[in-house]
Ligand binder design. Structure first.
Ligand code: MCA
Ligand code: AMP
Length: 525
């Protein structure tokens, strides 16, 4: 069963994504593009500031004489300057490599070693360890960028010209590499091209009503900018329509609710909606100018969808995507009565979605199977992993998402599960194999199994079940404390169980379903 047909409809162009975004800046460059909402004083950036700031940052990169397509890694707190750094990397013709600020040294070491960036931009507070690591791994240039408009990158940029001609890039050239964890525990870098990002931004611009509201929308941007949702989906939609952004470095439901009456669009992962609903000041009055609430990155519970509609009168538009593909499907923008809770909607224009069985054969309408996709938005492959790339595409070049779902007769997709062993916690992906690797390496641990169980706030929570070595004792609290110092906090198990052995099937495989069932009510799920 296929929907959307996978036909290529978007025009083939060969320009730099930055040039496309800049061409959409409003004629009045003195209009406000971005206003910060949680800095000590509100900062207002005009479109002219984005134009000049990205030119100056692009000139810093040019001054380093890097070969085109060099990787520029950023491990920095969310700020407007960090967004400008992304845009400047595109502008200068390099490849942006955003890294979650929660990542710790061991994780960063892997990314730097694998991607071999020419430049690392890190937070001033991490400069000590990050620069040591970077220089040891051959990264030649390390700059700092703080969230208070500070750091050596901006010092250098201040000396640069504010004019810069965007580098010529073809649609096939890489624009960004997004690391997404692998089932074997090692992260894979999804290579996204200028065409991937541009085509998807243009599709969303049309599909979600940005074009018709051009220049009049106000987006509350409260997501991190090191993943697809905040960096590409939200920012590109606003930039491409010349819309103002209300910029929150972190999501705080009360602070967001206070600014919502000025806004027209909000994008969030389900946890953000759960938290908004728990905020007493949030309701119809705060949403009076809103035209669109978008949810994605993780399944939105039907209960949240319904409660939101009752509380606000708005129907959340749920969509589905991946780091490898940007956005794939979306519930309809219009009419909002066509948005179906529990589904992620039909394929977006130009995207092909089909459901196949384990032999790769299409299943009948309504049957559950593996979700496969095709389109201009689908990435070029995993960085330096040709075998892994080949494994993840079918012989007729459809990408195997690892998600399991069904398409109904109207082409609406419902995601019912995942064939990949993945936990999505608060919109962040956690690969059990990676966490198990860290747990198993701890003294006294014989083996472990990491599973996701329902969690009222994060959707799923990480739980570890640990078997000690004979004669050894494992202290769950100490284990958690050790992990907190080694891996990103969202990957650290919320609960650790010590058991004499793991449940296994006749083949000796750990029965994770059994563990999930055993602990499913742990957080009241
Ligand atoms: C924070 N904590 C978490 C998470 N976030 N635990 C599990 N899962 C999480 N996601 C923990 C911390 O470890 C800490 O624990 C405690 O919660 C408080 O940390 P804090 O930093 O204050 O949390 P927060 O600021 O309240 O963050 C929660 C959050 C954040 C706002 C929901 O996780 C977030 O921004 N999530 C959005 C992720 C996102 O943008 N995903 C899009 C990926 P302790 O106190 O024990 O240290 S793009 C994607 O998936 C695809 C392509 C798509 O379709 O969009
Ligand atoms: P990432 O690796 O961060 O790109 O996460 C992509 C994965 O997030 C997808 O393969 C899905 O499993 C999941 N995902 C994204 N959006 C949704 C959604 N609306 N409903 C269910 N799962 C989703």
């Amino acid at each position: 069963m296929a929907a959307g047909g996978g036909t290529v409809t978007a025009p083939m162009t060969d320009e730099n994504l930055f040039a496309t975004l800049r061409a959409a800046f409003p004629a009045d460059l003195d209009a406000i593009a971005i206003e910060t909402c949680d800095t000590p004083q509100p900062l207002r950036y005009r479109w002219r500031d984005l134009e000049r700031g990205t030119a100056m940052l692009a000139n810093v990169l040019d001054s380093l004489d890097l070969p085109p397509g060099s990787r520029i890694a950023a491990h920095v707190d969310k700020s407007v300057e960090a967004l400008m750094l992304y845009l400047a990397v595109l502008r200068a013709g390099h490849v942006y490599l955003p890294l979650n600020t929660a990542y710790q040294a061991a994780e960063i070491e892997y990314f730097l070693g694998n991607a071999e960036p020419a430049v690392l931009v890190c937070s001033p507070r991490n400069f000590g360890w990050a620069s040591k690591l970077a220089f040891r791994l051959g990264v030649r240039n390390v700059f700092t960028l703080g969230d208070e408009r500070d750091g050596t990158l901006l010092d250098r940029a201040a000396q640069m010209s504010d004019r810069h001609e965007p580098a010529a890039r073809s649609g096939d050239d890489l624009a960004a590499i997004l690391y997404t964890s692998g089932t074997t525990g090692r992260s894979k870098g999804a290579m996204l091209t200028h065409r991937n990002l541009r085509s998807n931004a243009q599709v969303l611009h049309e599909a979600w009503g940005w074009r018709e509201h051009a220049g009049r929308d106000v987006l509350v941007h409260a997501l991190p900018i090191f993943h697809v949702h905040g960096l590409f989906v939200a920012s590109h939609c606003a930039l491409l329509s010349g819309s103002r952004m209300l910029w929150f470095a972190r999501f705080d439901p009360a602070a967001v609710t206070a600014r919502l009456p000025e806004a027209t669009v909000f994008m969030g992962v389900p946890t953000l909606y759960v938290r908004l609903l728990a905020e007493p000041s949030f309701g119809r009055e705060a949403c009076r100018r809103m035209r669109l609430f978008v949810s994605g990155s993780a399944p939105l519970l039907l209960q949240t969808f319904e409660e939101f509609r009752q509380r606000t009168g708005h129907t959340i538009l749920e969509r589905y995507g991946m780091s490898e593909t940007v956005m794939l499907t979306s519930n309809p923008y219009r009419p909002d009565s066509a948005r179906r809770g529990g589904t992620v909607g039909p394929a977006l224009p130009g995207v092909g979605v089909r459901i196949c069985d384990d032999r790769g054969l299409p299943v009948a309408t309504g049957e559950v199977g593996n979700v496969e996709v095709k389109g201009l938005n689908v990435f070029r492959g995993y960085w330096r992993m040709p075998e892994k790339t080949a494994d993840d595409f079918t012989t007729d070049l459809w990408f195997k998402t690892g998600d399991v779902g069904r398409l109904d007769a109207d082409g609406y997709l419902t995601i019912v599960g995942r064939s990949k062993d993945l936990i999505i916690s608060g919109g962040y992906n956690v690969y059990p194999a990676e966490v198990e690797g860290y747990v198993d390496a701890l003294p006294g641990v014989a083996e472990s199994a990491v599973v996701g169980v329902p969690h009222p706030d994060f959707g799923e929570a990480v739980v570890a079940v640990v078997v000690p070595r004979p004669g050894a004792a494992v202290d769950p609290a100490a284990l958690v404390a050790t992990l907190k110092a080694r891996i990103a906090n969202f990957k650290v198990p919320k609960q650790v169980f010590v058991v004499p052995e793991l449940p296994r099937n006749a083949m000796g495989k750990v029965q994770k379903n059994e563990l999930r069932a055993r602990h499913r009510s742990l957080f009241g799920g």
